[in-house]
Design a protein around this ligand. Structure first.
Ligand SMILES: Nc1ncnc2c1ncn2[C@@H]1O[C@H](COP(=O)(O)OP(=O)(O)OP(=O)(O)O)[C@@H](O)[C@H]1O
Length: 323
């Protein structure tokens, strides 16, 4: 569905002087700066995938998204999405995609979302019955029947984001680009939005999700493309990334009695909450879980224990470490 090959973007900008004389000089002799924001990335995305597109600040994510949505011309390389070249077939192409930007609104401040929905109906030329069916389905799913009649400025951020999603999906796009869709939302609103994305994805919509919120990635993305310094340094599943870290578990432990810290290979204390409560990373290749449990039982007794996969942060930190 999405084919990207050797995509590059070099920004060119002209340096201005920091004082009047230099600025005057720069009018006659300009100094050029080049920034290689995207350095030849390639990937393919199939229909129905939900991709987490992540990386540190300045990595080249927005530049890539702008090229994929057709806003920006690349310096070189190929992009073919549903048979279109985004920046060439822009008009036809945008009828098939949607976008939600957590920091930018598509709604109109002084009018209710429902009126903005009708505006999109006109823009995308959506037939009456199709529009009513999609609108009603989305409104019901996000439980915003009453909210959409209020002026947008009276809505909370969470309520507004629900309406932003409806706005972006009224024309039934096949692909939706999300940029920080849960930024600033409380836990309940985040969950609602995540559930909605998941539900739409189950119904066949392909999502490309850019976010710094690893919770979004953990809950939603099955595949992660990690971009750093304009290059893809990882493109696979979170599970695969975790496996690269070795066979490790994250253990939250409360003991019956006070316990001195253990100094055993394979036990790495991550948090010491008290002398009876710890968070530990256990390396199974150095110490078996059952041996660890036996030691704790002998030394202090187990009051409570929670064993999890390594948090995604640990895996991402490894990638950041490769910067
Ligand atoms: N219009 C521009 N002109 C010149 N350089 C730019 C321009 N836009 C972005 N850049 C540079 O290109 C690089 C990649 O920027 P980009 O915005 O794509 O990063 P990002 O991964 O989206 O970062 P963030 O997570 O902070 O949003 C950065 O070094 C940035 O300074």
């Amino acid at each position: 569905m999405i084919h990207v090959k050797d995509l590059k973007k070099t920004y060119k900008s002209y340096r201005r002087g920091s004082n009047f004389l230099e600025t005057l000089k720069s009018i006659f002799k300009r100094k050029t700066d080049y920034v290689d924001a995207v350095k030849g990335i390639s990937f393919d995305i199939a229909k129905g995938e939900l991709i987490g597109f992540i990386g540190p600040n300045g990595a080249g994510k927005s530049t890539t998204l702008k090229m994929l949505t057709g806003v920006l011309h690349p310096t070189s390389g190929e992009v073919e999405i549903m048979g279109y070249t985004p920046w060439q077939d822009r008009k036809k192409y945008v009828a098939n995609i949607g976008a939600v930007f957590g920091q930018k609104s598509q709604l109109i401040w002084d009018i209710p979302p429902i009126d903005a929905f009708y505006m999109n109906k006109a823009i995308y030329n959506i037939p009456d019955d199709e529009f009513e069916e999609t609108k009603n389905k989305l409104v019901k799913l996000l439980e915003v029947e009453e909210l959409i009649k209020k002026p947008t400025r009276q809505l909370s951020l969470g309520q507004r984001m629900k309406c932003e999603f409806i706005m972006a999906m009224l024309h039934n796009p096949d692909i939706v680009f999300l940029d920080e869709p849960t930024i600033g939302l409380d836990v309940i609103a985040k969950e609602t939005i995540r559930n909605f994305i998941e539900e739409m994805n189950k119904r066949g919509v392909t999502f490309i999700l850019t976010t710094h919120d690893l919770g979004d990635i953990e809950h939603l993305a099955r595949r992660v493309i990690f971009i750093n310094n304009g290059e893809i340094i990882f493109d696979d599943s979170i599970e695969y990334l975790r496996k690269q870290l070795g066979d490790k578990k994250y253990i939250k432990l409360k003991t019956d009695n006070k316990m001195e810290q253990l100094s055993i290979p394979g036990i790495d204390y991550k948090k010491i909450i008290s002398n009876q409560e710890f968070e530990i990373e256990l390396d199974n290749s150095a110490i078996k879980l059952k041996d660890f449990i036996e030691i704790i039982n002998q030394k202090a007794g187990i009051l409570d224990m929670n064993i999890q996969e390594l948090p995604i942060e640990s895996a991402i930190k490894v990638l950041y470490g490769k910067r």
